[in-house]
Design a protein around this ligand. Structure first.
Ligand code: SAH
Ligand code: SF4
Ligand code: F3S
Length: 419
């Protein structure tokens, strides 16, 4: 028997990665490993990587660099890397060439193999590399160690078929696969038994969910809305091109479905949207927003916007600003376009100079923030129901929770209010 190993997982990227890390933690705890609160206490360091923008790549290599000394001091210290970066050959080549102290490398399609790879590394004392290029299967029934007591992330589908020209995800997560509705239902019911009140349904484009028996995304919502004890249902992310009238109806019919939607627009210019391969134009997007607002009064909205996509002119950017002014998002995630190796946009001419990108980015952020502040001010002196998540990031006696509309609320509270 090897002595028990203490692990720490560093997670970069989106909720999918966050959830993958929860599953990895679940598997390791089941195998008798223990979780520690800081990486410096660990003898197994796992880094779950993201490749969405260059910054994410850089932070990963920075973290790897920091681990070199630990490894030199203690050869038994294990360094495991996984996640979206590992699905790219150039990353694997770089790790092999420049970071030879990495012990275990695996990809997004085979995280279920982590316990086995660890065992192998410990017994064989040699590097383990296992990366599946893709997968048509879904491994069900893996354990999961949730980060939060009362809310849970639930995958409903994996992968992406959309190939937006800037995006790496279809290459790192493979083609779309939907879980069976009954598997999702079973998981949600068991989460509720375990004290969960809110589920966040995850997929790169939940609107293209197709479960066995022809259950579509709206159908899934209706099904989960009937789960007794469950109080809130959210989802992330819905692609505007596939948002159905049935889903809009579900907002009306299903009282558990939170009145909030993240609807990434990416750009306000139809010309740029076409170059991005988003399959909707500015008018269609604005029409969809109107339809949602008419059907679901008070619905809150957030979005993702990329600034400085190849070929973006000042006029295109003005259209983005104008769209933001029209929609008036509650919040928006704004990104500087980042070239991703192997994507079509990597080869597009007219890449935008960094300083112009930054200058546009700052103008957009100013607008987005001032609208957010105005939107939030509308809640002044109102009473809102929040699901208390626990201590806030702002101070010792402050607690945090989210409203139905996903607004973060900090307040004076006590630990006993959690959940
Ligand atoms: N599937 C989701 C997006 C997941 S990625 C959707 O289509 O809505 C999250 C966000 O990262 C995207 O919405 C996009 O705004 C941003 N993003 C993706 N690739 C990017 C790139 N190469 N440069 C900058 N931002 C990018
Ligand atoms: Fe990326 Fe587009 Fe797929 Fe979203 S829909 S993950 S942006 S390719
Ligand atoms: Fe990043 Fe992969 Fe998510 S690239 S954003 S971790 S799907």
């Amino acid at each position: 028997m090897e002595r028990p190993r203490k692990f720490y997982i560093t997670t970069f990227g989106c909720q999918m990665n966050e959830h993958d890390s929860e599953v990895m933690a679940g598997m390791l705890l089941e195998k008798g490993f223990t979780a520690v609160r800081e990486r410096k206490e660990a003898d197994v360091a796992i880094i779950n990587t993201c490749s969405i923008r260059e910054n994410a790549d850089k932070r990963f290599f920075g973290t790897l660099g920091q681990l070199k000394r630990r490894k030199m001091e203690n050869p038994d210290f294990l360094v495991c890397v996984c996640g979206c970066m590992m699905q790219q050959q150039h990353v694997i080549d770089t790790i092999k060439a420049k970071y030879p102290w990495v012990d275990i490398i695996f990809g997004t399609h085979n995280i279920h193999q982590l316990p086995q790879l660890l065992e192998n590394a410990l017994s064989e004392k040699k590097k383990q590399i296992e990366i599946w290029p893709g997968s048509s299967d879904i491994v069900e029934g893996l354990p999961c160690k949730r980060l939060h007591q009362s809310k849970a992330l639930v995958n409903i589908m994996f992968g992406c078929n959309n190939f937006c020209t800037y995006c790496i995800v279809p290459y790192t997560r493979g083609r779309e696969r939907s879980r069976k509705p009954e598997e999702i239902l079973r998981e949600v019911k068991s989460l509720v038994t375990d004290g969960v009140k809110e589920v966040m349904l995850l997929g790169q484009n939940v609107n293209s969910y197709r479960g066995e028996g022809g259950v579509d995304f709206a159908g899934l919502i209706y099904m989960l809305n009937r789960v007794e004890g469950l109080e809130r249902i959210r989802f992330m992310t819905s692609h505007p091109k596939d948002l159905s009238d049935r889903l809009i109806q579900a907002f009306i019919d299903c009282e558990k479905l939170c009145k909030n939607i993240h609807l990434p627009v990416q750009s306000g210019s139809s010309r740029i949207l076409k170059a991005m391969n988003r399959h909707y134009d500015r008018e269609q997007y604005l029409t969809l927003v109107d339809k949602l607002r008419q059907a679901v009064p008070g619905i809150t909205m957030s979005t993702d916007i990329i600034v400085g996509f190849p070929g973006e002119t000042e006029e295109d950017f003005q259209e983005t600003l104008d769209l933001v002014r029209r929609v008036r998002y509650d919040s928006a995630f704004t990104f500087l376009y980042s070239i991703r190796k192997g994507t079509p946009a990597e080869k597009f001419e007219e890449q935008i100079p960094e300083e112009i990108k930054h200058q546009r980015f700052n103008r957009l952020v100013d607008l987005v923030n001032s609208i957010s502040a105005e939107k939030n001010a509308e809640y002044k002196d109102t009473v809102q129901k929040v699901l208390v998540e626990g201590p806030s990031k702002t101070g010792s006696r402050t607690f945090a929770g989210r409203t139905d509309g996903f607004k973060l609320v900090n307040f004076r509270g006590a630990a006993s209010m959690t959940g």
